[in-house]
Design a protein around this ligand. Structure first.
Ligand SMILES: NC(=O)c1ccc[n+]([C@@H]2O[C@H](COP(=O)([O-])OP(=O)(O)OC[C@H]3O[C@@H](n4cnc5c(N)ncnc54)[C@H](OP(=O)(O)O)[C@@H]3O)[C@@H](O)[C@H]2O)c1
Length: 339
């Protein structure tokens, strides 16, 4: 099999190397997939920059999700068959032509399902679904702030929140505001302006936010909590802010900028500080993750969610795919195809 290794932390051009390696047979409970395409997630950018604590030791094949065909099955797999087209989570190993992954992390999909949609359903839609449908109970009229709302996870969060009748504030770089409006965001906000929180407060008037989905972290989380009303819920699920910090002191500053929250203070206003990490969910409750994967595929088939248009690259241009994701210019899913 061929794999695109992360051989060293750094720029997209220097970080990856193609290599041919042997992949063993799938173990008990595993399937082997011949990969048609794999998806990029922002965590891959963090991993490439050495900022992702869960990244395996280098050299490593990263990659959380693939679409492809089952070519081998380990013992005790009775719900999947050789030849089936599946989407699957791979706990790394996705940047390769073949991957072994637990059968519980895979779901069969239709032949005609486009790879871009399919791959967005795996990590991004599952993350959005877990947070918006499982961690919080969204109700009509709730005022919800979604950061990076034009991105993979963000655009799916927007759709779920709009389906639930929420009023959505969505942040993105200004060039993406038209897209935000087209997917239903009521209030597009440019969070690259210093005082963007005061703009949100202006729109809110006397109200406060009910729910905030924050993958940025640092100052954004702290300022968000200040705008959260009683019963409000803050869900933190990323720390993109760290990608901008070079060196120990800037990183420390960003770490401290998150703030410290005493439970007594949160309790007084019945507020919740929640978090999501899909890797942990997969590690500790794989059956729950499988249930969510089935739910998002079902929601897609019922047209309740629809990933926004994806961008595809051939495997020879993995570095360009990484560059695009890091540039903040991408919208939706970035997909890499094996020729
Ligand atoms: N906890 C979990 O299990 C989990 C799972 C999946 C994803 N995530 C997190 O969710 C976030 C979104 O992931 P995704 O894969 O869907 O990516 P994405 O949102 O499609 O792409 C990243 C986007 O984030 C925005 N952004 C904000 N601050 C940024 C910064 N400092 N550097 C670069 N981009 C920045 C950029 O758009 P604009 O500037 O236009 O907004 C950029 O286009 C990431 O933080 C990721 O780590 C967490």
């Amino acid at each position: 099999m061929e794999a695109l290794y992360l051989k060293k932390f750094g720029s997209p051009q220097d970080a990856f190397e193609k290599a041919t390696i042997q992949l063993g047979d799938p173990s008990e409970g595993e399937i082997q997939i011949e990969v048609e395409s794999f998806g990029l997630n922002f965590a891959d950018v963090m991993a490439r920059k050495g900022l992702y604590p869960d990244c395996p030791p280098l050299p490593a094949v990263i990659g959380y999700e693939v679409i492809g065909r089952i070519v081998a099955i380990g013992e005790r797999v009775d719900n999947l068959q050789i030849g089936q087209r599946v989407i699957a989570m791979s706990r790394f190993g996705g940047y390769s032509t073949h991957v072994n992954t637990p059968a519980i992390a895979a779901v069969p999909v239709k032949e005609e399902l486009p790879a871009g949609d399919a791959l967005a359903l795996v990590t991004q839609a599952c993350t959005a679904w877990y947070m918006a449908e499982e961690l919080v109970k969204l109700r009509t009229g709730m005022r919800v702030l979604i950061h990076a709302a034009a991105g993979g996870v963000g655009s799916l969060l927007v759709q779920i929140c709009k389906n639930r009748g929420c009023e959505v504030f969505g942040t993105a770089s200004p060039s993406k505001h038209q897209l935000l409006t087209s997917i239903g965001v009521d209030h597009p906000i440019n969070y690259r302006e210093k005082d963007y929180f005061s703009k949100i407060q202006e729109i809110l008037g006397d109200h406060k936010l009910d729910v905030i989905f924050d993958p940025i972290g640092g100052k954004s989380l702290k300022e968000g909590i200040e705008m959260l009303g009683p019963i409000g819920k803050m869900i933190c699920f990323g720390a993109s802010t760290f990608t901008e910090a070079k060196g120990f002191i800037p990183k420390l500053r960003r770490f401290l900028a998150f703030g410290f929250y005493h439970p007594m203070k949160l309790m007084r206003n019945s507020q919740s500080l929640l978090s999501a990490n899909m890797l942990r969910l997969g590690d500790y409750q794989p059956d729950y993750l499988n249930e969510i994967l089935h739910k998002v595929v079902e929601a897609y088939e019922k047209e309740e969610i629809k990933p926004i248009a994806s961008t595809a690259f051939p495997a020879t241009q993995l570095s360009h795919a990484h560059e695009l994701l890091e540039s903040r210019k991408s919208t939706g899913k970035i997909v890499v195809n094996w020729e």
